[in-house]
Design a binder for this molecule. Sequence first.
Ligand code: PMT
Length: 220
Amino acid sequence: LKGGSLEGKKVLVTAGPTQESIDPIRYITNHSSGRMGYAIAEAAQKRGAEVVLVSGPVDLAQPAGVDVIDAVSTEEMFTAVKSHMDADLGIFTAAVSDFTPISRMEGKMKKEKGQETVSIDLKKTPDILQHAGENSTNMYVVGFAAETDNVEQYAQDKLKRKNADCIVMNDVSDTSIGMNSADNEVVMLFREGEPVPFEKMDKRALAEQIIDTLVQRWLG
Ligand code: PMT
C-alpha cells in the first residue's frame, strides 16, 4: 500500500503503561515501554492520518507530526480517549492497569513495628477499549491482547467481550517479544474474516504491516 492511504482519517492510539498511585511516592505499573504504540502512531502518521497518541509515562521521543497527550493513570488515559471518540480508527496498545488502589494515601505509607505483611485494597479500573467498542459510532476499534497462556482463546474472548473489530494478540510469556523488547510477534484476529499471522520482527516494521493490514480490512 502506498503512503496517503489514511489521508483525511483521524487515528487514535494509546501506548505505554499506566501508573496507579498508592501514596505520594509509590505506584503500581508494568513493563510496557510504549514502543509498539509509538511505532503504530508513526506508521499511521506516515500514511497521511491525523494521529492523536495518548501516552502513559514512557521514555521515548515524541513522533514527528503526532499530537501526543500525556496520561499517567488509567483514569487520565480514559478521560483523554473519551475526548477523541470521533476518531475513525482507534488502536489500543496501552498496557492499562486492570486494578487501582481504592484510595490514594495522603502521606507516605508507614510500616508498623513488627509488621510482616501488608494488604492494599484495589478496585477495577474502567475498561477503555471496551468503552470505545461499545460507545463509538464510527470508530474501527482495534485492541491488543497480552497473554501468557491459552493465548488464542483469551484473545478471541476479548474480541467479543470488548466489542472490538480486531484484536492483535501477543504472547508476553516470551521475553524476546511483547513488553519492553525491540521485536514482537503477533496474530491479528478479526470479527469478520481469517486471522493474519506475522513473523517475529522489529516493532517498527511490524507496525507498518499492522497498519497496512488494517487499511485493507477496514477500507477494503
Ligand atoms: O509497550 P511495549 O513495551 O512495546 O509492549 C507492547 C505491548 C506488549 C504492551 C502491546 O503489544 C500489548 O500487548 N498491549 C496490550 C497490553 C494489555 O494490557 O493487554 P490486555 O490483554 O491486558 O488488555 C486487552 C486490551 O484492553 C488492550 O487493548 C488494553 O489496552 C485494553 N484495556 C485493558 C484494561 C483496561 N482497563 N482498559 C483497556 O483499554
